[in-house]
Design a binder for this molecule. Sequence first.
Ligand code: NAP
Length: 285
Amino acid sequence: MTKLINGKEISASYRAELKEKIASLPVRPGLAVVLVGNDPASQVYVRNKSRACEEVGIYSEKYTLPEETTREQLLSLIAQLNESPAIHGILVQLPLPRHLDPEEVILAIDPRKDVDAFHPVNVGKIMIGNFDFLPCTPAGVMEMLRRSGIDPAGKECVVIGRSNIVGKPMAMLLLHANATVTVCHSKTRDLAAVCRRADILVSAVGKPRFVTADMVKEGAVVIDVGTNRDENGKLIGDVDFDAVSQKTSYISPVPGGVGPMTITMLLRNTVTAAEKIAAEQAKQG
Ligand code: NAP
């Protein structure tokens, strides 16, 4: 029978551990979350992030800027947060309004405070396997595997999706964990056959019921990163859960899977940033 990888439960125990750790730190970690515009989904994400900070004892500042915020205004806020001693992590919620260039904005964040791990310096560090932060969603998936006793070493892992935020870093983390990794995308030929090779299949596509039972090997582990809305507005993943879970050894659901872990990894990165900045300051005297 398949086992459920319960991201909500794993997340709750991870946050309890973080809370204890934060209470014993010499510095209170601080996170600034910046939201530009009125995207309703982004508003929910930002609210959830601020709440999660509060839950574990991280200080947080929330900046809600109007849609018409200029490039100069946003860059000036980031410069101010880069200098702020109370802030160790800066997160600019994406997507930004069209007139703002996300690459320029990410580049403006001090890499030591880049808790999303989107800055090219951090992306490069992940590539060479010498990193401070891991991107939150793939890091959450790795933690779900680890805490379920699933070791990717030597396994065939297939990642569907090659975005900079999920697919590519996911593949890299699995590779660092000694898996044999295949990355699939919209131009992949015979996707179902490639997926059937997977001992561990990670789907990050963004299409409801995209992964069907015929794409999954008997006994495989399936992790569903997708977040989609069905015809009734209900949150669902990429995986046809009812059919696929008949074949898997482990499967993560949506909701209650990768989603809560993503925010938990953001909290972890903020704590890591605070520890590193405090250690640097102590060294400088
Ligand atoms: P994205 O940038 O849109 O990337 C989607 C990927 O899926 C692309 O690489 C695309 O291929 C591939 N794809 C699309 N159609 C395909 C097909 N027919 N066959 C094979 N591959 C196909 O999305 P993303 O930002 O990576 O996010 C993916 C999903 O994860 C979304 O549902 C998003 O909401 C969700 N997500 C969830 C969390 C969480 O915390 N749970 C966090 C981040 C994202 P091409 O590159 O060839 O176009």
